[in-house]
Design a protein around this ligand. Structure first.
Ligand code: DGJ
Length: 705
């Protein structure tokens, strides 16, 4: 609803209520739907604030731009200056444009010579995308420090949830109280990073997976970032996300504009899973979402099978076994090009190596195709090893500052894709390989953080990030149907910006199922499983040394875009049989796993996890019960299943497509062979699980009767 002073946007149970007056544009509410006809004037009156001693004479006014000129003591949305001047803008509303689901507000500060435009767009499933553009309207350069998106939080937002991590242990949850001060998650790696939160949430007190309120923000950008939750001494709270700009990175001449990265703002009154549900429905509604094109092919990546040991005979053996098991896509990883026989040299030379592939990649591609699979190939196009033909020819094509070569990382430097010649070289080399062979998929790696990322003396992360988006779009345009997987030493570049341009993320270099249970669980908070590569790794994990049975590894890998990353030529006949059965199970269930609602059930202990996928119509579901450690009580806690229709009767049974998990079997629960229960009983009473050994998983199938 729109009046001259209020705009009320609504979608799918979410409202954004904004009051617009010439001197203040203010979000009065972002949260649950207020109904078709809220009484704007009363809400404005009800929310008028008292003033306290020792503060301004007027209450702080948190307009959408949070200018200090309104007595706002929090961080401003816009920060910058014109050679030290115009540091404190005050915007006056010039115009606005609104529909039922979008609002665009224009403000101007004639003194500071700045124009500002903020948009709020509901893009489906109640997800709101917001962004701001600032324009320099005056003479003299405007130095932009920060341009972030803020939304107010209600007082009852008491806790925060975000995610941190490192290589092989990405996305570990951090839950804390919101207290005075700022909870800030900043990334300065020039890529989203292993430590990137993907989304940051404020929660009502004690909110759970499926209860309570959540207000979430996630930056749709893959460079430097900042997510904050702020509580001022007045108690006012706000959540923000924005690009973290480096000094001097954005300088606007008169007439120039800069648009902030977009931010996806998601409100849920159905707990954390409610945020997940909206995020999935939004991403899945895109016409280019991978499952809207075709089912996600079961993938074999040969990295942990052969590493740099590329050999046609060996890879042919792998391809044969892969076909026998039912693999649909075969991916050749690092080591096929230039002098790249180990990780110290060759990056930047995207020409097939004569040494290891004397007849080119053709013979391998033919073998893979003959065995009925698609062929995929690895690149790391933003990087160069000093020991490479490219670097010898163009040592100046790297991001750097101060006229020095930045420290290397994994023995490599970062190419300056903001240099058109360098960009063109990478594009044409990659393009030539994709044109020469039938390649339907590329895994694109990014194995080091950016250090001193300058172009011509100026910080260039923003432009470098735009360049990689452009390059991916160009490659997709040149090679229709090409899929791209974003990898950065595992999960170092998973974000909602990259999610718009790629089809898959490599979630982690850790294929240890125990670690993966956690890493996948929390990466899936915002990104749906069909976009998350999850492979069965070797029996003994290469990154942790842990040994897990095949069932645990396979059930863990099932809840994603599943695959294998293991020397399957070394598997026993029994293992192959189980793998074949698992692959056909994945094929039978992928439509459900890749379209349903994600459900995470609260457990009464921290030594087991329950998660599952329920079809959108509630008629089918698949759950996993996972023991991450030995159970406390001798009789394990009830296994409750949520997200089902309470009144519907379901047939519930344990299934063993990869053999039985290990459990004490003096007596086994009767329901394993099948039981009929309502959704209400499954959620309230649950099933008594068998006594699983630690680090085991049980799969439970559910069908409505
Ligand atoms: C890091 C990736 O995460 C691995 O999967 C693999 O592709 C290596 N790089 C190759 O160098």
């Amino acid at each position: 609803m729109i009046t001259s002073e209020f705009v009320h946007l609504r979608q799918d149970g979410v409202s954004l209520l904004v009051s617009l007056a010439s001197d203040l544009v203010q979000v009065l509410h972002w949260g649950s739907d207020l109904g078709a006809d809220p009484d704007f004037e009363s809400i404005l009156s009800a929310t008028t604030e008292p003033t306290a001693h020792a503060e301004g004479d007027l209450p702080e006014q948190h307009g959408i731009w949070r200018e200090a000129a309104r007595s706002t003591t929090g961080a401003p949305a816009l920060s910058g200056h014109r050679n030290g001047q115009d540091f404190s803008p005050l915007f006056v509303l010039e115009s606005f444009d609104a529909t039922e689901t979008t609002l665009v507000v224009n403000g101007v500060d004639r003194v500071a010579g700045l124009g500002i435009e903020t948009s709020f767009r509901f893009v489906g499933a109640g997800v709101m995308v917001t962004a701001t553009t600032v324009t320099n309207l005056a003479s003299g350069k405007y130095f932009l420090n920060e341009l972030a998106s803020y939304l107010p939080l209600p007082d009852r937002a008491m806790e925060s949830l975000d995610f941190s991590g490192r290589w092989v242990k990405e996305r570990q949850p951090i839950r804390r109280q919101i207290q005075p001060g700022v909870i800030s998650r900043e990334v300065r790696e020039g890529r989203s990073s292993h430590d990137y939160t993907i989304v940051q949430m404020a929660l009502s007190a004690g909110a759970q997976y499926r209860a309570g309120e959540a207000w979430s923000m996630g930056l749709m950008f893959s460079g430097n970032s900042k997510h904050t939750i702020e509580q001022l001494q007045s108690g006012r709270k706000a959540i923000s996300a924005g690009e973290l700009l480096m000094p001097g990175e954005i300088i606007l001449d008169e007439g120039q504009s800069h648009s902030s990265a977009e931010v996806a703002a998601i409100y849920s009154d159905k707990g954390i899973d409610g945020v997940t549900d909206r995020s999935y429905r939004w991403l899945r509604s895109r016409s280019n979402h991978p499952t809207n094109i075709r089912p996600r092919p079961l993938t074999l990546n040969v990295w942990e099978a052969v590493y740099f040991d590329h050999d046609l005979a060996r890879l042919t053996e792998l391809a044969k076994v892969a076909e026998e098991i039912g693999v649909e896509r075969f991916v050749l990883d690092d080591g096929w090009f230039g002098s790249r026989r180990d990780d110290s040299k060759g990056l930047g030379d995207w020409v097939v190596s004569d040494e290891v592939w004397p007849e080119g990649l053709g013979p391998l591609v033919d073998v893979v195709k003959k065995h009925g699979m698609e062929f995929g190939l690895w690149f790391e196009g933003e990087m160069v090893n000093p020991d490479s033909d490219l670097y010898r020819a163009h040592p100046d094509w790297i991001l750097s500052a101060g006229g020095r070569v930045p420290p290397t990382g994994r023995g490599q430097l970062v190419l300056d894709l903001t240099n058109p010649d360098c960009y063109q070289q990478v594009l044409s080399q990659v393009d030539a390989v994709l044109s020469a062979y039938d390649i339907s998929y590329i895994k694109w790696d990014h194995n080091r953080p950016l250090v001193e990322p300058g172009h011509g003396g100026q910080a260039a992360v923003h432009k470098q990030t735009e360049a990689i988006y452009r390059l991916f779009s160009q490659l997709k345009q040149n090679h229709p149907g090409l899929e791209i997987e974003s990898c950065a030493s595992g999960g170092g570049r998973i974000d909602l910006g990259m999610a718009q341009v790629v089809d898959r993320f490599w979630v982690s270099d850790c294929n240890d199922a125990l670690e993966r249970q956690q890493i996948q669980r929390y990466t899936q908070i915002a990104i749906p499983p069909e976009m998350l590569g999850s492979h069965i790794g070797p029996t003994e994990s290469h990154t942790t040394g842990r040994v897990h049975n095949l069932g645990f590894r396979a059930i863990t890998a099932l809840f994603g875009h599943a695959g294998l990353e293991w020397d399957i030529t070394q598997t026993s006949p029994e293992e192959r049989e189980l793998l074949t059965s698992w692959v056909s199970y994945y094929k039978a269930k992928r439509d459900l796993i890749h379209s349903g609602q994600m459900v995470r059930v609260e457990t009464a202990n921290d030594s087991s996890l329950v998660h599952g996928v329920v079809s959108q119509d509630g008629t089918a579901a698949l759950f996993a019960y996972v023991t991450t450690a030995g159970q406390g009580p001798s009789r394990p806690n009830a296994l409750r299943l949520e997200g089902l229709n309470p009144a519907t009767s379901y047939r519930v049974k344990a299934v063993f497509p990869v053999g039985k998990p290990v459990f004490q079997e003096r007596t086994s629960p009767a329901w394993l062979d099948g039981v009929t229960m309502t959704g209400a009983a499954l959620s309230q009473i649950g099933l008594r699980p068998p006594i699983l050994f630690p680090e085991n998983a049980l799969l439970i199938e559910i069908e409505a009767l």
